[in-house]
Design a protein around this ligand. Structure first.
Ligand SMILES: Cc1cc2nc3c(=O)[nH]c(=O)nc-3n(C[C@H](O)[C@H](O)[C@H](O)COP(=O)(O)OP(=O)(O)OC[C@H]3O[C@@H](n4cnc5c(N)ncnc54)[C@H](O)[C@@H]3O)c2cc1C
Length: 464
């Protein structure tokens, strides 16, 4: 030992070390303890649990995807959230007003076709097209109760119907796809619930940074703790390090096909009551060119960094009331960034983002224009990294290193998918049964050229 160097404290041995106490690592640890009886589990994080990406989530969920594998995966995860909601008197604040996807496109053929592709053969009967203004079979999203909402998708095609259901929207919306198994959840409450259950089952939370892993049997983890260096032996590992899953993979001598892309949101008190409190999570699907004055255009054009804001921008601008019907806050987001970033650096919060998202969202919600240049002082802007594979599917399953499993790359859907991601990671780790789609979500799909080609050919990867 070098003079002055501290001897690493021996933290003993565990059957499974889960690296990362975000919502995904917590869910994996919970499933290992609750479903597979692992009592001596150690969940390691250098930060407070749920404080990195998981603290930035918009906390929305949906079973709407361009491919049936993701539909099945999120359907299963939503089922697990519903079980927790039912067992806890809805401690996790699960609501289900759906996702309302709005478009000005009258020709809805391609949209409906994509719905059929995404929901697969089993979901086809749940897609209901309402051509007339009265649509007597349509159940409006008046209740937030997840047990009261229908399943499937309602396609609203008549302007008078759309106006009646969504009176606050600007005219011109020709089609609404109303996804019914969708809504919001308190991700923090979900994480807290599973952490408590994990502790009750004997699991331990260890504060420290995993700085190195010796791939001996058992694994030997070098951990930097506040009290100094420590080592822990673990028979098995789960890599749930969120945007740093690549670092943990590198400790095992592996690389991951994952990029980290920074996305932002804003939340503020809607004093002007621009957004009805019972409005579902609403997404404006249509791309746009942002409206600027001639003077603004000149200014933006003069700087190459801002000139891109004059170009056509993608759709996907979203808005919802935050909290209960008696609340006043709303949330807005727009995941238009596609450039990979560097999660080790300071977060690249863009001071222009609130203005951009407000301008874009005002097209569908004209009442929001009242806040342009006048956001309440206590408005919050926040952001985090979507850790993403090129196909926007997660990586959940065995890594190349025997005994190591990854639960990562959950992009912008890790809150809604956490319960099933955790259940899958735990099953892979403990040798339990996994559903048919699990292989396709595992790192092994990288060897499936036909699947990767199929996914590359899709119009959308479901990024929101
Ligand atoms: C702006 C934004 C909006 C979003 N909206 C939604 C939404 O509406 N619905 C939805 O379902 N999802 C949403 N998401 C996605 C969701 O938040 C993430 O997919 C999810 O939180 C990822 O969880 P995680 O546990 O994988 O990662 P994290 O929460 O980042 O947790 C990883 C943990 O690993 C720890 N760690 C990393 N390396 C080490 C190490 N070497 N040693 C010890 N600890 C380590 C970190 O400290 C961290 O706590 C959104 C994300 C963003 C950024």
């Amino acid at each position: 030992m070098a003079v002055g160097a501290m001897a690493a404290k021996d933290l003993g041995a565990t059957s499974v070390a889960v690296i990362g106490a975000g919502i995904v690592g917590i869910a994996a640890a919970y499933a290992l303890a609750r479903r597979h009886g692992v009592r001596d589990l150690v969940l390691i994080d250098e930060r407070e649990p749920m404080s990195l990406t998981s603290a930035q989530s918009g906390e929305n969920y949906r079973n709407w995807w361009p491919h049936p594998v993701m539909t099945a995966f999120t359907d299963d995860s939503i089922g697990l959230m519903e079980e927790i909601a039912a067992a806890t008197g809805n401690r996790i604040n699960l609501t289900r007003r759906g996702y309302a996807l709005a478009t000005r496109r009258v020709d809805r053929g391609a949209l409906v076709e994509e719905l059929h592709r995404g929901y697969g053969a089993a979901g086809t009967s749940g897609i209901r097209v309402h051509e007339d203004a009265l649509a007597p079979a349509y159940v409006p999203p008046r209740s937030a109760d997840w047990r009261a909402a229908p399943g499937g998708v309602d396609v609203l095609c008549h302007p008078a119907l759309i106006r009646r259901i969504f009176p606050s929207w600007a005219p011109g919306i020709a089609t609404v796809l109303h996804i019914r198994r969708a809504g919001s959840i308190s991700g923090q409450q979900l994480g807290q619930f599973m952490l408590e259950a994990l502790r009750d089952a004997g699991g331990r939370l260890l504060r420290g940074r995993v700085a190195g892993i010796a791939t001996t049997s058992p694994f030997r983890l070098a951990i930097e703790t506040d009290a100094g260096p420590a080592t822990l032996r673990a028979e098995r590992l789960v890599n749930a390090a969120g945007p740093f899953a690549g670092d943990v993979a590198a400790m095992l001598g592996e690389t991951l096909p994952v990029a980290c892309v920074f996305q932002q949101k804003i939340a503020f008190e809607d004093r002007a009551r621009a957004i009805p409190r019972d409005m579902p999570f609403t997404i404006d699907l249509d791309g746009l060119v942002l409206p600027w004055t001639a003077e603004e255009r000149g200014l933006l054009a003069s700087d190459p960094a801002t000139a891109r804001l004059l170009e056509p921008m993608p759709g996907g601008i979203h808005c919802r009331p935050e909290g209960s019907e008696s609340g006043t806050w709303i949330k807005l987001g727009w995941a238009f960034n596609t450039a990979p970033g560097e999660p080790h650096a300071e977060d690249p919060i863009d001071p222009a983002f609130p203005d951009l998202v407000l301008r874009a969202a005002s097209r569908l919600h004209p009442g929001l224009a009242a806040y342009l240049g006048r956001l309440p002082r206590n408005a919050r802007q926040y952001g985090g990294y979507y850790a993403m594979t090129p196909e926007n599917w997660p990586l959940i399953g065995p890594m190349a290193t025997p005994g190591a499993v990854i639960a990562g790359a959950l992009s912008g859907y890790g809150t809604m998918a956490a319960c099933m991601a955790g259940a899958l990671a735990a099953a892979w780790s403990a040798g339990g049964a996994v559903p048919a789609y699990a292989e396709a979500l595992s790192p092994r799909r990288q060897a499936d050229a036909a699947l990767l080609a199929e996914l590359a050919a899709l119009n959308s990867h479901g990024v929101l």
